[in-house]
Write a new protein. Structure first.
Length: 357
């Protein structure tokens, strides 16, 4: 069975297949109106969401399927102390496919160890968000018609921004993509991406200045400072106004640059920018529904065909992960580590390094 926990669970060909299917859905909506008739999607959302949950719901409804689930951990048995493992075992009896969002990193990975139906990661803590990545890729495809030869600027909270982590993992596989990472020092990209994902071959620069990066960019990916992931309110208040994109700052941008944002926005893009034709973030939201339709349809089809994933990672058991945001800190799981491309063993749940070896 195939799940989607990380964008790299899909090959480039499979991503292209899902994007092509999304494009076909956009042009022939009627053809897919009963494509998942009789199937149920369960949305297990332990963390707030507007777009992602409703876009999964709308996607399944437009495929003729049904949706069950919860949008708040307090209204589920999690509030009585039920583990993710047990909730997922139960939901596998009711649904054909699960989309899960959880504040702990790696929770959807735990779900895959117990579910008997495909699991989609709809955002796990500050770690990954692969369906936002598919959304972003479909938007880039529709707006720029290519993934190669792009200079992409990521601006804002690159430390906790899970959409950034996942999109970088996806884009680094294309040819001649350059990355410009624009953030304050405290919100720089985590080391596991800088060293393991980028490695030696990928070109990237880090800067504090959006103005300096602007003229070079083909894609500007703005993000919100992730207030809920900060340990101190003081640190959030100090960093919350780090970058504000306004029409003046866009004067030096390329005429065909595109501005993406996973939304919700707080104050990092002023409202006047919305009228600029380069602002794509509301078109991006709609793409999210179409690409989730394509993903649900594909995972259910693969399930029927008995398609399995090829996993070449070397896995070992180790000491408990020391990262408090990792799901392994609260669920009774095996402490497993996979060998990264750079020769470092990383926790399979949160990608933190194995210590005390
Ligand atoms: C993002 C998320 O949840 O990570 N939102 C989304 O899914 N569109 C970005 C964010 O919350 O800032």
């Amino acid at each position: 069975m195939r799940n989607l926990l990380d964008p790299t669970d899909l090959t480039i060909d499979e991503i292209n297949q899902i994007i092509d299917l999304a494009l076909d859905i956009i042009s022939h909506r009627e053809k897919y109106s009963e494509a998942c008739k009789g199937s149920k999607l369960a949305t297990l959302f332990y963390e707030p969401s507007t777009r992602t949950r409703l876009s999964f719901t709308a996607a399944m409804m437009e495929l003729g399927g049904n949706v069950i689930g919860f949008s708040d951990a307090n209204s589920s048995s999690a509030s009585k102390g039920e583990t993710v493992a047990d909730t997922v075992r139960v939901l596998s009896c009711f649904a054909d496919i699960i989309a899960m969002r959880h504040p702990k990193e790696g929770a959807p990975m735990v779900a895959t160890q117990y579910a008997t139906v495909p699991v989609i990661n709809a955002g796990d803590g500050g770690h990954s968000h692969p369906t936002q990545t598919l959304t972003d890729l479909l938007t880039i495809k529709r707006e720029k018609d290519r993934f190669d030869n792009l200079t992409v600027g990521f601006c804002g909270d690159l430390k906790f921004g899970r959409t950034v982590h996942s999109l970088i993992k996806a884009l680094r596989r294309y040819k001649n993509v350059k990355f410009i990472l624009i953030s304050p020092d405290e919100l720089k990209l985590p080391d596991y991406i800088k060293y393991d994902v980028f490695g030696e071959k990928i070109q990237f620069e880090e800067t504090h200045s959006l103005e300096e990066a602007m003229p070079k960019l083909d894609v500007l990916y703005m993000t919100r400072i992730q207030k809920e992931r900060f340990d101190s309110e003081e640190a959030y208040n100090r960093l919350k106004n780090s970058f504000i994109l306004n029409t003046d700052k866009l004067l030096t941008a390329k005429k065909d640059m595109i501005i993406l944002h996973p939304l919700p926005r707080v104050n990092e893009i002023t409202y006047e920018v919305d009228n600029d034709p380069r602002a794509c973030y509301f078109r991006q939201v709609e793409n999210g529904k179409f690409v989730r339709m394509a993903l649900i349809y594909t995972l259910l089809k693969w399930k029927k065909e008995g398609c399995t994933a090829t996993n070449n990672h070397q896995i070992i058991e180790g000491t408990p992960c020391r990262y408090s945001r990792c799901i392994s800190s609260i669920e009774p799981v095996k402490h497993l580590y996979k060998l990264s491309e750079n020769g470092i063993y990383r926790c399979i749940y949160c990608e933190g390094p194995l210590e005390n070896r």
